[in-house]
Design a protein around this ligand. Sequence first.
Ligand SMILES: [Fe+2]
Ligand SMILES: [Fe+2]
Length: 290
Amino acid sequence: MMPVRRDVHPHLPPERICDWHQRGRHVTHFINALSIFFPAGERFFMDSVRNYRDRIADPELKQAVAGFIGQEAMHTREHILYNRLLDDVGLPAGKLDSRVASLLNLLRKILPKSWQLAHTIALEHYTAMLAAGVLADPRQMGDSEPGYRQVWTWHALEETEHKAVAYDVWNVVMKPGPYRYFVRTFTMLTTTVTFWAMVFVFHVRLVMADKSCRNKLLGFGSVMNFLWGSPGTLRKMIPEWFAYFRPGFHPWDDDNRAELSRIAPLISEIEDTAIRAGASTRAPSIRSVA
Ligand SMILES: [Fe+2]
Ligand SMILES: [Fe+2]
C-alpha cells in the first residue's frame, strides 16, 4: 500500500457550512468540530514522523513516509480553507484551532519524541477508525451536500491508504518489548479522554455560536443518535478501539483496502462538481501548510 500525494480541492459551497449534513445542523457541527482539529493535528503528525525520518533505511517505508507527509499537507490545506468558512460566518474556528495548536506545541516541548510519535499513532488509529465508518456505511453522509461529502470521503480514503505508515515507523524505531507496548497503549487511553473531551467542547461552542441552530438541547439528542444509535458511528468503532490493545496489533489487520478503488472515480467526481458550480478545481495559495 503506497500512499501518494494528490492535489485535490473539493468545492465547498460557503452558504452550506452550517447545514451541509443530511441530519441537519447539530450533526453538521459535530463533524465541523472534527475539522477544526486537522490543521494543527496533522502538522503535529507530520513533524512527529519527520523526527525519525533519518532512522528509516527501508526504501519502501521512506517512500511511504513521503506519501504520508504529502497527503497530510494536502488535508491540512483543505481543512484550513474549510475552517475559514466557519470563521466567515462568525463561528470561533480560528480561536479553537489556536487552542489545539497551543496544546500540541506544549506536547512538542515537554514530551520525548517517542511519546509524540505514540500520540500520532493513536490519533492515526482514530482517523482510520472514523474513516472506515464513513467508507463502509453510506448512511454516515451519503445524502449530504456533495462538496462536503467529497472532502470527507477523499480524506477518509487517504487516511485509509496511509493508516499504517506512522505505525510502521514506530515499529522500526522503537525497541520491541513491554515499554513500547506500555507507551503505545497508555497514550491511546489518555488520547481517548482528551480528544473526545475537546471534541465535545468544540461542538458545543459551534452549536452555541450558530444563531440559526434552534432546539439546541434536542439537537444534541440527534447527535447522540447519530453516534450511538443509527448509524452508530462511535458504537461501531468499539471493537477496533479494543483491537489496538492487542500486543501484535497492526492497522492492516482490519483489511479494508478494497475501498481504495474509489479514489480515482471520486477525484473525477470532485472535479466535475467544482466545474459545474463554476468554481476552481485548484486550491488558492495559502501560507505554508507543511
Ligand atoms: Fe489527514
Ligand atoms: Fe493521517
